[in-house]
Design a protein around this ligand. Structure first.
Ligand SMILES: Cc1cc2nc3c(=O)[nH]c(=O)nc-3n(C[C@H](O)[C@H](O)[C@H](O)COP(=O)(O)O)c2cc1C
Length: 135
């Protein structure tokens, strides 16, 4: 049941194609477009590079929020992003989105996988009650 919910969130991110990831830097929100999403071991992962400011911000404060929109519905996903250095998860990400292999490799010391902890996903649309999923 919970599993179904997390898969629904990942499917929505895939369908949207692009989502927007917000982090915190001091008292300043930072937001940027992202597109990576993967379910592995019952967790929802996103991918980034350790050299990026977004990675530095998450190391200092793991609180993050994603906003995505598709087909007249939107998703707000709130939680904490936790690093997972498991090589198999990196490989699974590269297999799902082969275009990433132009920029990242599982052993490059830069590729970073982060999964959502204490996450709440809220699907909304005009004229319908929000649907809330926790994982
Ligand atoms: C459509 C789109 C999707 C993107 N997806 C990702 C992604 O999944 N992971 C990532 O690290 N960067 C991704 N980027 C690039 C980041 O938005 C970019 O590197 C950004 O500057 C990172 O934020 P920062 O500068 O605060 O570190 C994407 C860019 C675009 C335009």
């Amino acid at each position: 049941m919970e599993n179904k919910g997390i898969e629904k969130v990942c499917a929505f991110l895939d369908e949207a194609g692009t989502y927007y990831l917000a982090t915190v830097e001091g008292d300043q929100p930072r937001v940027r477009p992202f597109g990576t999403a993967l379910i592995s071991g019952g967790r929802l992962y996103i991918q980034t590079g350790k050299v990026k400011s977004v990675s530095r911000q998450l190391a200092a404060n793991p609180k993050a929020e994603i906003c995505a929109m598709s087909g007249g519905r939107w998703l707000r996903l709130t939680g904490e992003l936790v690093e997972d250095d498991d090589r198999a998860v990196k490989v699974a990400m590269l297999e799902k989105m082969p275009v990433l292999a132009h920029m990242y490799g599982p052993d490059d010391g830069n590729m970073q996988m982060l999964y959502f902890k204490n996450a709440t996903a809220t699907f909304s649309s005009f004229g319908a009650e929000p649907e809330v999923i926790s994982f």
